[in-house]
Design a binder for this molecule. Sequence first.
Ligand code: ADP
Ligand code: MG
Length: 240
Amino acid sequence: MNAVLHLDNVIRTHGQGATEVHALRGVSLSVASGELVAVMGPSGSGKSTLLNLAGGLDRPTAGEVTVAGTALGSLDGTGLARVRRNAVGYVFQDYNLIPALTAAENVSLPRELDGQRARDARADAVAALERVGLADLADRYPDDMSGGQQQRVAIARAIVGERRLVLADEPTGALDTETGEGVLRLLREICDNGAAGVLVTHEARHAAWADRVVYLRDGVVVDGDSGSTPDSLLGAEVLG
Ligand code: ADP
Ligand code: MG
């Protein structure tokens, strides 16, 4: 199996008794190198939970998550943190850049935290910024950049050091249409170059950049197991 990401019957339950919430009720999903999978579904259907489990930010109640051949359930906190820094890149709706750091410093931070020397980390950061078309802005601070530029910095941070899995949770939510399309084009390109990608989105137009769409409802995959193409969902009533 060549999947970079594999979820095997993953269950995630929050709370207990009367306040119990079944965020995911048994989800299985594989994403291969080169593949971009869109995850759609109404608010509260479990999309962010799925992404957090895929990236090792959260642990399943039952089932197994495997990233780049490593079963995350077998790792302690330190091992999990290492996978998060080395193998997984995250892109959030609100960028999550550190305002006191320049673009290059934001991108090199995960490399330095991973023990890389500052100069090598900087070189990797500049290379990643080049890939997103922002090499010129390496020394600029987030507050002096547009939203689209900040999201590109966040994408550079997500791919620095050849991360194999890129997870994006509504990455265009705060951007205008044209800038958003640019971000999706970039994600598509990153996957075409060998990463595995998961894109959570509300918009069928954005899901059209993906190879496959998985549709969640109440913590269950209701469509996508059988291989929905983005085109078959365009025009369908899939928007929550
Ligand atoms: P989505 O991203 O599709 O909007 P989420 O994955 O954020 O959905 O949430 C799925 C369900 O799990 C929702 O009912 C939400 O309220 C619940 N949930 C998510 N995180 C927590 C938590 N930390 N504690 C309790 N309930 C949670
Ligand atoms: Mg969400």
